[in-house]
Design a protein around this ligand. Structure first.
Ligand code: ADP
Length: 452
């Protein structure tokens, strides 16, 4: 059973981990999809805004083209090298003005987004009618080749569009064409926040579903463990009660067999001895049944017959009776209180205290110390023994119904695991409390606190 539960727990944990991983994967896929969707949106918006740079400022653009023409013609004449032309284009005087115009247009058209951009020059090719194309410059997109924009790096930016521009001119009666290719990169500030905001619903939903699953798992596990404990306790109880019933029944069986013999019946002494045995065993059976019946009541169902009693006297009378039954046990009293009047149920409390005292003897004690004192306006009765003690991890379970500390061999000490449960219920019914302190092998101390 225990192995099956462990296997079940292990499988459920694995299933939970797999489920969580699948959830994470789905969330990550959704995130990637949302990022791609966001990029497409931005690309479309920006494409609509800046179809052509001359839309932004035609005068500036035509001046810039004039500069390009002049540079090309200088190159055709052989006055300037390819490097000079690249530098002339990259550091032209219209850069700042165009950067600002484009920036402002973005701000106007997309007021909800903060966009940084860079337009980088990739190609610069000169076509002359008579000669083949002359590539003056051709590089991969590179931030150092920035024509316009305020981006410092292309690392976190994405490509929005490539723009191919042509400028036609004539030099020395010969036509030439200038082809430029540039790319626009943009980076939207706080784009992660925008995407996360769009994913809030899905994130909350997946988090909630995982949390619900974990909670359900824990609840199911707790119920399973509790059920297992209850079933163990029941099995123990059945074993114990069967064992307890066997002895008196066996004795009764033997006694009846003996009584069947005529010579025993004729002998008064033997007859009386057997009848006494039958009566004792009958009482024992009755006591067992009473004990089970009495313990089916909880603290709220117990009806107390309370009366005012002088507690120290009451305790002394219990100890006197106890000494008669267990003359070999050394019982020491240390009463630090005197003539304390409490309203108690004598009958139930006597049984409860005797349960604790008898347990001390049952579990190996020879000397018992009974102390009384006042603790924070409460009457404290402590019963300390030098018995086998109880390990720390078992102590919280002691007052549970049917609970017995496993003794290795179940039949070493008799019991139903009801004694301390009954004590706890009685003390609670008096609005008091009981606590245990024990060291395995050294002894146990029960402390009962009652309202004064
Ligand atoms: P039981 O019928 O087994 O005695 P109780 O409810 O009286 O049932 O006690 C529960 C368990 O607590 C016992 O099985 C025993 O292991 C442990 N126990 C109770 N009192 C003592 C004690 N004084 N010393 C050691 N163990 C004790």
């Amino acid at each position: 059973m225990k192995q099956r539960i462990n296997l079940l727990i292990a499988l459920s944990v694995v299933a939970l981990i797999v489920l969580s991983l699948v959830q994470c994967y789905l969330v990550k896929t959704t995130y990637d999809y949302k990022v791609a969707q966001f990029h497409t949106e931005i690309k479309n918006e920006i494409a609509n805004i800046s179809n052509n740079y001359s839309d932004i400022d035609s005068v500036l653009v035509s001046r810039k083209e004039a500069l390009y023409k002049q540079l090309s013609e200088n190159y055709i004449q052989g006055k300037k090298s390819k490097i000079d032309i690249k530098t002339g284009i990259l550091y032209n005087e219209y850069q700042d003005a165009l950067t600002q115009k484009i920036q402002r247009k973005f701000e106007r058209e997309l007021p909800n987004l903060k966009i940084d951009f860079a337009i980088v020059l990739n190609k610069f090719i000169l076509f002359q009618n008579t000669k083949k194309a002359d590539t003056i410059f051709s590089e991969k997109p590179f931030i150092k080749n920035k024509l316009y924009g305020n981006l410092a790096s292309l690392n976190h930016a994405f490509l929005v569009r490539n723009y191919v521009g042509t400028t036609n001119g004539t030099y020395n009666n010969e036509d030439y064409q200038l082809l430029t290719e540039d790319s626009m990169y943009v980076s939207v500030i706080d784009w992660e926040t925008i995407i996360l905001r769009r994913m809030t619903f899905i994130l909350i939903l997946s988090l909630l579903s995982i949390l619900t699953l974990i909670t359900l798992f824990v609840i199911a596990l707790k119920a399973l463990i509790k059920q297992k404990k209850v079933s163990d306790v029941k099995t123990d109880f059945i074993n114990n009660i069967t064992h307890e019933l066997k002895t008196p029944l066996a004795t009764l069986g033997i006694s009846t067999k003996i009584l069947e013999k005529k010579d025993v019946r004729d002998n008064d002494e033997s007859f009386n001895a057997i009848v006494n045995t039958i009566s004792r065993q009958n009482n024992r059976l009755q006591n067992l049944i009473d004990q089970v019946m009495a313990n089916s009541l909880t603290e709220n169902q117990i009806e107390l017959q309370k009366e005012q009693i002088e507690t120290e006297d009451f305790l002394r009378s219990i100890i006197d009776d106890f000494k008669l039954t267990y003359p070999k046990i050394n019982i020491i009293t240390d009463f630090q209180t005197d003539k304390t009047n409490l309203v108690l149920d004598k009958f139930h409390l006597t049984t409860a205290l005797l349960n604790v005292l008898e347990n001390a003897v049952k579990y190996g004690s020879n000397t018992i110390i009974l102390k009384t004192k006042l603790v924070q306006n409460q009457f404290s009765i402590s019963i300390e023994d030098d018995g086998i003690g109880i390990s720390k991890n078992k102590q919280p379970l002691l007052f549970e119904k049917f609970y017995r500390v496993e003794q290795g061999n179940l039949h070493n000490t008799k019991g139903l695991g009801l004694g301390l449960y009954y004590v706890d219920q009685i003390i609670k019914a008096h609005q008091g409390s009981i606590a245990v302190m024990s060291d395995l092998g050294k002894g146990t101390q029960f402390t009962i606190l009652l309202k004064v």
